[in-house]
Ligand binder design. Structure first.
Ligand code: G3P
Length: 215
């Protein structure tokens, strides 16, 4: 399973990039708004210049024609750009048109297998089931990831599954076990993934023991 960083914060992206394990970034309008960029295009381009892998930037309109037009424009911003399109009727129409133009689409805000299946049939490169938000609503978000992975495998659909709306390290474990191609994780969760108190205790003990004998 590959790891994307789910943030629009440039400092976090730079910090995470140093670890050498981030293969992409996902943003959305809410994450972008937290950074309050003066210029959306410039902000997305900056992220694309830090991480060589796929960077998802979302359309900010709802009507199909406007979505297609905006997605075409966004797709020219960088060679590694992926356009995020919501799993709506207009989003599906836009995805079908854009995928035929070889524009990479991340079909986002997926909350059902049907939405993911339609996104894949429309030619989306990625579908993003939102695990945490489903859990919040009393459903089993990770079961949806498993179902999508199984169905895509069964029908040999090339669309990759991004486990999104990840809230804690256990979500990452479950996403890996479910066979998600990618988990997109907030910076805080990435830090939680590497941290283990027994590792810290072990390192301290090793160094203390070594100091006891070294001259
Ligand atoms: O990857 C989708 C993510 O940005 C949404 O996360 O925590 O707002 O549900 P959350």
């Amino acid at each position: 399973m590959r790891i994307f960083l789910d943030t629009a914060n440039v400092d976090q992206i730079k910090q995470a990039a140093k670890l050498g394990i981030i293969s992409g970034v996902t943003t959305n309008p809410s994450l972008m708004s937290k950074e309050a960029p003066a210029d959306y295009e410039a902000a997305v381009k900056e992220v694309c210049s830090i991480i060589p892998g796929p960077v998802s930037a979302e359309v900010l309109v709802e009507e199909a024609g406007a979505m297609i037009e905006q997605a075409r424009r966004i797709s020219t911003w960088a060679p590694n750009i992926v356009v995020k399109i919501p799993a709506t009727t207009t989003g599906l129409e836009a995805t079908s048109v854009l995928a035929k133009e070889n524009i990479k689409i991340n079909f986002t805000l997926c909350f059902s297998l049907n939405q993911a299946l339609l996104g894949a049939l429309a030619g989306a490169t990625y579908v993003s089931p939102f695990v945490g938000r489903l859990d919040d609503a009393g459903h089993d978000g990770m079961q949806l990831v498993k179902d999508i992975v199984d169905v895509f495998k069964h029908y040999q659909l090339p669309t990759q599954v991004i486990a999104a709306s990840i809230r804690h390290p256990q979500h990452c474990v479950a996403a890996a076990k479910a066979g998600a191609h990618i988990a997109t994780v907030p910076y805080k969760v990435l830090m939680q993934m590497i941290h283990h108190p027994l590792t810290d205790i072990g390192v301290t003990r090793f160094l203390t023991d070594w100091q006891g004998v070294s001259r």
